[in-house]
Design a protein around this ligand. Sequence first.
Ligand SMILES: *[C@@H]1O[C@H](CO)[C@@H](O)[C@H](O)[C@H]1NC(C)=O
Ligand SMILES: *[C@@H]1O[C@H](CO)[C@@H](O)[C@H](O)[C@H]1NC(C)=O
Ligand SMILES: *[C@@H]1O[C@H](CO)[C@@H](O)[C@H](O)[C@H]1NC(C)=O
Ligand SMILES: *[C@@H]1O[C@H](CO)[C@@H](O)[C@H](O)[C@H]1NC(C)=O
Length: 224
Amino acid sequence: MSKHQQFLYALLAVVSVLVLSVEGEEIGVDVPLVTCPEFTPHSELNVTELEGVWYGASRSPAHKFACVEMKVSLIKNDTMVKFTTSHAALNTTLLNTVKEAMVDVVDLTKPDGFTVLYNLTDEKPVTYKIIEIDPDKKYAVMCGYTSPGNADESFGLIMTSERIADKKLLQRIKDEASKHFFNFAKDSVVDIQQSDKCASSAEVAVPVLSTILGVVYSFLRFMH
Ligand SMILES: *[C@@H]1O[C@H](CO)[C@@H](O)[C@H](O)[C@H]1NC(C)=O
Ligand SMILES: *[C@@H]1O[C@H](CO)[C@@H](O)[C@H](O)[C@H]1NC(C)=O
Ligand SMILES: *[C@@H]1O[C@H](CO)[C@@H](O)[C@H](O)[C@H]1NC(C)=O
Ligand SMILES: *[C@@H]1O[C@H](CO)[C@@H](O)[C@H](O)[C@H]1NC(C)=O
């Protein structure tokens, strides 16, 4: 072999090693996670799949409220969607806030998301994007943000059709979402406090806090 040939073989070896290692890195790991502003929602949505009552199951970052529920109804001859959202303060079950927002049905699939502005004076408009609705209506995955340039102001939200979400189902959704979306990074998604005691004032039975605070309560009782 001439010097020249040796050099070529050496070069070829180095190049192959480089190519192999680059390919190796591409297998399975480090696909960049899509942020909510980057995500383009499906251009088609069967709005009857969204209709009904959804319960907040998990959110990233953690939700500031408990017992989160959202009723979605079609109004104005099915041209508008009304979101009626209720929640309780953390660690409580009394649904002390009810708020509503209207969205044009055609806006739900806009690539830039749709704007939800609730009828409360201190609410900021929030851009939402529907990532996925399970055709069986068991769960819905959404993300949203108040400022597209600021990742800190975005969130991921998993809603389920049961107030107390099935643990295995929820884990599967979280695992899957964490592989693709920035807003569902593992450890940042926190389950939303839900309880079968969650109710509006009219429906609330006497021991309001019993389920959510049950553990704390028994502990306190034990101490006394
Ligand atoms: C929309 O969803 C509803 C409820 O899941 C279903 O009954 C209906 O067939 C769907 N419509 C279309 C056009 O897919
Ligand atoms: C409601 O929508 C249907 C179908 O789009 C249309 O045929 C009907 O005229 C509408 N009704 C009213 C009251 O606007
Ligand atoms: C809710 O309860 C937890 C556990 O008892 C406590 O750490 C937290 O501070 C409480 N949050 C509020 C807002 O009361
Ligand atoms: C907002 O909408 C809710 C639900 O319909 C209603 O109960 C509440 O009174 C409204 N609040 C304001 C400030 O209009």
